[in-house]
Ligand binder design. Sequence first.
Ligand code: HEM
Length: 411
Amino acid sequence: MRNDDPRLPSSPGFWRSPLRGTGFTSVLGLVLLVGITVLFVTGLVSYAAYNPDLSPVNDQTPDKGILGFYLFAWPTDPHWLYRFTQGLHVTLGITLIPILLAKLWSVVPRLFALPPARSLAHALERLSLLLLVGGGLFEFTTGVLNVQLAYVFPGSFYPLHFYGAWVFFAAFVAHAVLKVPAALRAVRRPGREQGDLVSPRPGPPTVSRRGALWFVGGASLLFFATTVGQSIGGVLRRTALLAPHGGADPGGGPNGFQINKTAAYAGIDTRETGAEAWRLVVTGRGGTVRLSRAQLLRMPLHSSALPIACVEGWSTADQWWRGVRLRDLAALVGHDGDPPDLFVESLQRHGAFRRAALRANQVADPRSLLALYVNGEALSPDHGYPARIIVPAAPGVLNTKWVARLTFGDL
Ligand code: HEM
């Protein structure tokens, strides 16, 4: 096959944009260097927030092996921690899409270059580029699909996105180590484009290099502006046009804030949650007690202002919860002073996280409640009536709704 026939994409002459060159690629590469590093770190942090090392029920990637080396006990301070880290992860991921696409466009001639491998070293380099480009597209695509609630994955989203992130990031680090020196050189000495990516027979320019970079930056800004409102809340929520849980009106009144799963979706039958039927079963080393909602309401009630923050990146402003402290419930069943870990079970019929484990530091925090009220009104069915967990800084799914059973003890 001839590599100099300009009708074939394997020929440099096929690619005619006068924008391509090391300088253009390098500006985009340097932005990705910072952005993707932050994405990777916030992604790992997001996984740690589930406390997957605490109990198998919290762990969506049980076969991770040494990839879980960095896990740590997730703190409860600041109370907006997960709201911030996960909001940043999702918003940044969406904001970087135009930059990633522009970077791929800028280097696309290389992807068609023939022969595919000139030597073993070249073959290995091409393989690492396959993992870089394929891994990048895979991570961004699975992330966007999940945020858009399009659960089209074979199996669970979590392992795909988690293992994919490690493969992609390994290839990314190798690429960055090789290219950063050239990229810095190119941006320090702007001017005429250089390198193999420069077209040997450039077409007439339709936009300047600066104009193209402004266009890509503007597209990123647009993605940012139509996403970030879902994490900030208030009037800005209406601007989150790209986020399913962003713009939609969650209704008014004290219970009028975002919901992930409704009671109907979770299979909650109102006959199980009524005053006659519902009892909270609390077990610890001192035995088991069964409490009605009326009995819980006679216990000391406390308030905390905490958000709900979801893995999909949306979060609510702080809501005013009122209920019984988890550590008071622990004391009721023989764990005075130093509360242990807690296993929570919901009435929820199906779906992940109908059971969840909380670590001792989360149980001990005085703001951690079995909430009975929100914003001065009883919880609505969709917010977890008769009782739900609310813990500072925890991912939304660990704030179990429709709680049926609490078991205190080391897990
Ligand atoms: C998602 C992240 C990235 C992807 C998918 C990607 C993809 C690619 C591909 C496929 C090539 C062509 C093959 C090659 O020349 O080795 C390339 C070239 C290059 N990349 Fe990246 N890259 C990414 C991030 C970065 C970063 C973080 C930097 C560093 C700042 C960077 C700087 C460069 C440079 C300087 C070149 C060579 C341009 C030339 O030869 O004129 N890239 N990139």
